[in-house]
Each structure stands twice: as structure tokens, then as C-alpha cells.
Design a protein around this ligand. Structure first.
Ligand code: ADP
Ligand code: MG
Length: 705
């Protein structure tokens, strides 16, 4: 089996499984092996029952079985198996549901290592459906278990088995980093790195593997952009004339902040200077008002007779930009067109034709825009929103298309500054470092089930005041398939709450309709048809929906200033950066806004402390920094939380976490010098790298949605 073989070549992967894996961006054996665990559980850290209770989270305990397991039939014909178990600090009831066979597994007086979370009160404590394995001092136990990002229908056990199979049977690990370079910088081979990442023996090995992929990410990225650039050594000039931007600013209905004025001015100077194309990064925290700056830039280019295209990473965001910009720019005399992947082929062709002959002036879209079949009449400016959400190849490809034209990229992603310098090294940077006046920081609360009643009362009050509300769930839950899977896989469940306990958007939506029969409730998730998504989002932004139940599809960029409440269910399942982004959906207008982080974490626990960071800080960079520092070996890489990342083309997951800046710089510059010495990558030693890169360019349809 080769790395680029389809995942269908793996035993047990049929049509259904294949399409589920596709949703995770997994198409080939390589994609599977590059679907990195988002966390590892450290099971070496064994807690006593008493410590485990205080800890309040999933953890490892070594307990001795104290009574014969008994099967009890519960109402609804459910079967519970229970027995007591103890250690030196106390006693507990262990229970399993619908797994009567475990009755014969546990023997009185024998010790097992359990993995789970203790619940209960009044001195009666339970450990329900834990994972377990026989324990002895000598036994070789897996101490770091991988925790994979999942999607409906795919369980941890499946991922574990599939990656195991792939690691065992794949051969021909073609390493994109040439041996010479690996040698020079002490980088381990691809195969070793993959084995250590999926099945780490200890923390050091994990760290070495992680460094390798950090190196690889930047190496490949640098290779891509330098390769894409090399054919365009003649830089055209695109000078623009001075333009009075008052007409567009007047449309906004507010004054630009000083930071916005400064940024627009910097962009303006780049454009009219005209000796070389602008390559500028506009950075600013969520809600700081990047969009209007982009609109000013677009206006200048349009007035100068150029076409402008604006790209967003999701269709929802593209639609939103389109609606907003259509209203502004058509009034100013420029035709605005939308180009996204979900348009019908004939519609797409019609739009492309308009772009080609120059009838479309401002084009808003997703990355369907950058595929080869779109030809512009006279493109002058390319703007990318939420730049960090685009994959390496997409960026490189865009770089190619946009070469010689002015480019503005916008991002709120908080990555370490030193890394920004490497990745965006060639870009000039404008920073919007203040919020529009009158913004009140979003009041943030962590609450648990006990407060749900109060929360609902509050939500109703807010709606009665005319406000709107987001309720975000971490999973969709359209099918019951994943549930069954998770129950059967309880043995291997890697500490994640089973999906079935999680609030699912679809179910939660039905529930809220009953709680608020008089309110207008909407549902939005990634599996809906694009046109339905669009309809719901439009209704919400027009105020025709009071409460929008959604998955993380709304995470990036969505802007409905009338929304004042963000409720995040199972908040502990999200990365802090994602929570900050989600919270950024409210507090965008003049209304006092609130964010409720609902979880069953207990006060005083690590998990709660983590959530509480959001209470204290409203600064994306600060929050990201905390997330990084706090991450120990037991909880690695988990930054995407419940949101499914683009994999395959995924960007700097590893590099962003890597503190070894020298190594990252090495990765970047060694790729640069390879292209310099071997522009077509024809040398034998660079063949694999080239192949690897070309595969990346075959962009898959993997927009985050
Ligand atoms: P982001 O930087 O996250 O992309 P947006 O550009 O979507 O933020 O802006 C967030 C909200 O702030 C929008 O509703 C926008 O109209 C508003 N806004 C932007 N600039 C100003 C300003 N100078 N004064 C008041 N409101 C503003
Ligand atoms: Mg934005």
C-alpha cells in the first residue's frame, strides 16, 4: 500500500465509511496519517479516587474490584452492570450500560486501570462506563492515547484501528523533506515521525515528531509559494490614481476609528505608489472592523477601473460579504457578483463569463474563485478574508493568480508574533489595535446545568427587548449512527464525552422550540444545502429569527450586530481560540452583549479555570498565549476544539505551537534555496518534494463548513 492510495484500500473501509472519512478531508492513506491527534491522554498520571474527585475530569485510576459484578435491568429494558471498586482513599460504584458481558471480565481482588470521570454527591460516587484494562506494575500499557478530531459516524476506536492498519501496512513513505536537509537539521524521517505521532511511547518522542511536522509545514509552504512565484519574475506595475474615499465612507454610517483610518491610509499609499504591487496584511482582533477597510481598498481599485475580488473561507461568510457589498457598491455604480462552489454549473459559467468580459467589477466568493477556469478582464486587487483558514496550496495558488496584482490579506488569527514574521515576512503589516468606540466588552459567564432555567429566562428577556441569540452546539447529530458507534466503542472511548451526551444542534433545536414556543427558532449546520444555509442566515440577519441554533459554521466572520447573546453548549469541548471567535459574533453593535459558556465542569477544576480565562480577557492574542502555555503533554494540539479542521490542506497547526523559531526559519529558508538552485525541481533529490507539492495543488473541495 502506498501513501497516495485511496483509503478504500484499507480493510473495512467501504462506501459509507469512505464518505464519512472524506468529510474529515481524508481521501488517501496519506490524508489519514496526516489526520493528527488533537490531544493525547496521559494515563501514566494515576490519581487516587479522592484526587480524581477533586480533579473533576477524565483521568486514570487504579482500582481493585471489591464486589461481584451484578446485572440489573433498568426501566426501558436497559441493562446495567455494576460492582464496587476501591483504592486506599475510598470506594466507588462502577457501572456499565448495555454491556452485560463485562460482568464476566472483572474478578474480585484484581486491579484494573480505569479511565473516566467521577460523578455523584452525598458521598455516593459513580464511575460510569469507564475504559479499563488489567493493571499490573509490570504490564506495558499505552500511556499516551491519541484523541482524534472526529465527525459523525467516525469514532475514536475506528480512527485508532485505521491509523494502526495504515502504519502497519503502508510502505514507500515518500518524504517531502530531502534527506540532505533532514540530515543537516536533525529532522527524523516521515515514517518515524508518523509512528511517534500516532503511537507515542513517551513525551520526548512525541515532541520530536511534532517538531518534524512543524518543520515540514513551513518547508512545504515555502516551497509552494516560491515555486508558484518563480515563473513570474517580471513584476508589472499597477499604479492607481488618487481617489476621494468619502463616497464610500459616507455609506458606512459611522466614523472610521483612528486605527482604521491609519490602516486605510497605509493601503492607499501602497496602491497609488504603484512601483510594485501591494502585499499587505491587515490584522485585527475579532470585531475590530476589518471589513470596512477592505471596502475602502476595493473602492479605490474600482474607481481606478480595476476588477477586485474578495475571497472568504466559507460560503456563509462569502454570502454575507456579498449581500453587504452589493448594497454598498451597486449604489456607487459597480456591479457585484457572487461566485461560490455551490452555484449550479451553468450559473457559475455565466458569472465567469461576466468576469471575463469585465461586466462584473467586484467579485465575492469562496475559493472556487481561484480555480483555473476563472479568468479576469483586468484584476487589480485581491483581498482574502480570514486568511488563516485557507490551506497552504490554496494560498500558494491564490498567490500565483494574484501575482503582480495588489493583494490584501486579513486575519484575526492569533499566532505567535515571531511566526507571523516568518510566514508573512514579505508582507507589510497594518494593525487595527482599537475597537470601534462605544463597544462594551461582552460579559462572559461559565454556567452549568443548574442554571439553565435562569439562562432561558434571560434569553427570553433579551428577545423581548428586540435582541437576537446564537446557541452553538459542538456536533450536528443528524443521524443516530454515531451514537450507536460510540456506545459500542466505550472500551476505546478516549476520554471524550460520548457524542450522545453532547448537545446536538438538531436535537437541541427541537428542544428549544418546545421551551420557547412563541419565539422564532432557526437551525444552521454544515450539512444543510447551501441555499438553505443562505436562507437561514439571511433571515437571521434580517431579524426574522430570534434564536439561531448552529454549529461552528458561524465561527468565522459572521456579523449580525443586533445579536446580543452567545450561548455555547459543551463549551469545554472547544479550544479557547474558537470560543473567542464565537464570542466575537456578539458585541458587534451598540447593545450590551453576553456570552454563556455552558458546561458541566466544576468550579475549581482545571477545565473550569481554562474557561474562566475568557471571563478575564477579551484579547485574542492574550487568550491564544494562555492556551499555548497551559497545554501540557496530556492535552496537546487541541486548539480547534470541536470544529473540524480542513485537513490535507491544513495550514500551520504544528508550526504555530512550535517554540523553536530557529528551526522554523531554517525550514523556510532551506525551501527557498532549493527552488533557487533547482527551479523546476528536476533533481533526483527533490523529486519527492515536487510530487508532494503538486498533489497539494490538486485542491479538494474542503471548505470548512
Ligand atoms: P472583523 O474585524 O471581525 O472582520 P467587522 O469588519 O465584521 O469585524 O466589523 C464588526 C462590526 O463593527 C460591523 O458591524 C461593522 O459595521 C462595525 N464597525 C466597523 N467599524 C466601525 C466603526 N468605526 N464604528 C462603528 N462600528 C464599526
Ligand atoms: Mg471579519
Amino acid at each position: 500500500m502506498k501513501l497516495y492510495d485511496s483509503i478504500k484500500t484499507l480493510p473495512g473501509v467501504g462506501k459509507v465509511r469512505e464518505s464519512q472519512l472524506n468529510k474529515l478531508g481524508i481521501y488517501t492513506v496519506k490524508d489519514l496519517l496526516y489526520h493528527f491527534p488533537r490531544a493525547y491522554q496521559n494515563r501514566k498520571d494515576i490519581k487516587t479516587l479522592k484526587q480524581a474527585l477533586d480533579y473533576g475530569e477524565n483521568c486514570a485510576m487504579v482500582l481493585t474490584v471489591g464486589s461481584y459484578p451484578k446485572n440489573v435491568v433498568l426501566p426501558g429494558n436497559r441493562m446495567m452492570t455494576k460492582f464496587t471498586a476501591f483504592d486506599e482513599s475510598g470506594k466507588i460504584t462502577v457501572s456499565f450500560f448495555n454491556q452485560s458481558y463485562v460482568k464476566d471480565i472483572f474478578k474480585i481482588g484484581e486491579a484494573y486501570r480505569f479511565w473516566g470521570r467521577i460523578t455523584g454527591k452525598n458521598r455516593t460516587y459513580f464511575l460510569s462506563s469507564p475504559e479499563f484494562e488489567p493493571y499490573s506494575e509490570k504490564a506495558v500499557l499505552l500511556d499516551y492515547s491519541p484523541v482524534y478530531p472526529l465527525t459523525d459516524g467516525i469514532t475514536q476506536k475506528m480512527m485508532y484501528n485505521l491509523t494502526g492498519l495504515a502504519l502497519m501496512s503502508a510502505d514507500g513513505y515518500e518524504d517531502p523533506i530531502p534527506e540532505k536537509i533532514r540530515h543537516q537539521f536533525g529532522i527524523i524521517s516521515l515514517k518515524d515521525a508518523l509512528i511517534n505521532l500516532h503511537r507515542p511511547k513517551n513525551y520526548d518522542m512525541l515532541d520530536i515528531a511534532r517538531k518534524r511536522f512543524a518543520f515540514e509545514e513551513l518547508f512545504v509552504y515555502s516551497l509552494c509559494i516560491n515555486f508558484a512565484k518563480k515563473n513570474n519574475s517580471k513584476i508589472p506595475r499597477l499604479p492607481m490614481n488618487k481617489v476621494d474615499i468619502k463616497p464610500i465612507v459616507n455609506k458606512f454610517g459611522f466614523e472610521l476609528t483612528d486605527a482604521q483610518k491609519r490602516s486605510v491610509n497605509e493601503i492607499y499609499i501602497d496602491l497609488v505608489r504603484g512601483d510594485r504591487p501591494m502585499t499587505r496584511l491587515l490584522s485585527g482582533d475579532v470585531g475590530s472592523g476589518k471589513t470596512v477597510c477592505a471596502e475602502c481598498a476595493a473602492y479605490i481599485a474600482l474607481e481606478n477601473g480595476y476588477q477586485v475580488c474578495i475571497m472568504a473561507p466559507t460560503e456563509i461568510l462569502a454570502n454575507q460579504h456579498y449581500n453587504e457589498m452589493k448594497a454598498i457598491f451597486e449604489d456607487l455604480g459597480f456591479s457585484v457578483e457572487l461566485l461560490t462552489g455551490s452555484l449550479t454549473p451553468s450559473k457559475k459559467n455565466a458569472v465567469r463569463e461576466k468576469i471575463k468580459i469585465g461586466n462584473a467589477r467586484l467579485i465575492v466568493g469562496t475559493h472556487a474563485l481561484i480555480t483555473d477556469s476563472t479568468v479576469f478582464e483586468n484584476l487589480g486587487l485581491v483581498i482574502t478574508d480570514e486568511q488563516h483558514r485557507f490551506g497552504v496550496a490554496q494560498r500558494a495558488k491564490l498567490g500565483e493568480k494574484a501575482f503582480g496584482v495588489h493583494t490584501l490579506v486579513m486575519t484575526a488569527t492569533p499566532i505567535p508574533r515571531s511566526l507571523t514574521l516568518i510566514i508573512y515576512g514579505e508582507l507589510s503589516v497594518s494593525v487595527i489595535d482599537t475597537m470601534p468606540v462605544g463597544r462594551i466588552p461582552v460579559e462572559t459567564y461559565s454556567i452549568n446545568e443548574a442554571r439553565r432555567g435562569d439562562l432561558y429566562k434571560f434569553m427570553e428577556e433579551q428577545v423581548n427587548m428586540g435582541r437576537q441569540i446564537y446557541v452553538v452546539c459542538s456536533s450536528i447529530g443528524e443521524t443516530s449512527e454515531d451514537e450507536k458507534g460510540e456506545y459500542l466503542d466505550v472500551f476505546f472511548r478516549m476520554g471524550d464525552k460520548p457524542q450522545s451526551n453532547r448537545k446536538k444542534a438538531v436535537v437541541h433545536y427541537e428542544m428549544l422550540r418546545k421551551v420557547f414556543p412563541k419565539l422564532r427558532i432557526g437551525l444552521l449546520h454544515g450539512k444543510m444545502k447551501a441555499s438553505d444555509k443562505d436562507k437561514v442566515m439571511t433571515m437571521f440577519s434580517k431579524g426574522q429569527i430570534d434564536i439561531l441554533v448552529s454549529t461552528t459554521v458561524i465561527e468565522v466572520g459572521v456579523n449580525v450586530p443586533n445579536a446580543s447573546v452567545m450561548v455555547i453548549e459543551d463549551a469545554d469541548k472547544f479550544g479557547l481560540a474558537a470560543l473567542h471567535q464565537l464570542r466575537g459574533r456578539v458585541g458587534r453593535g451598540k447593545y450590551r452583549s453576553y456570552c454563556f459558556l455552558v458546561s458541566d465542569t466544576k468550579e475549581g477544576t482545571v477545565a473550569r479555570e481554562r474557561l474562566d480565562v475568557l471571563k478575564k480577557s477579551h484579547n485574542g492574542y492574550e487568550i491564544a498565549e494562555y492556551d499555548l502555555k497551559q497545554r501540557g503533554p496530556g492535552d496537546y494540539f487541541s486548539s480547534g476544539g470541536a470544529s473540524i479542521r480542513q485537513s490535507g490542506a491544513s495550514t500551520f497547526n504544528m508550526a504555530a505551537m512550535c517554540e523553536d523559531m530557529e528551526m522554523l526559519t531554517d525550514a523556510f529558508s532551506s525551501a527557498e534555496s532549493i527552488i533557487k538552485n533547482d527551479p523546476e525541481l528536476t533533481l533526483e533529490e527533490n523529486k519527492i518534494a515536487k510530487n508532494y507539492m503538486l498533489k497539494l495543488f490538486e485542491i479538494k473541495n474542503n471548505t470548512v463548513n
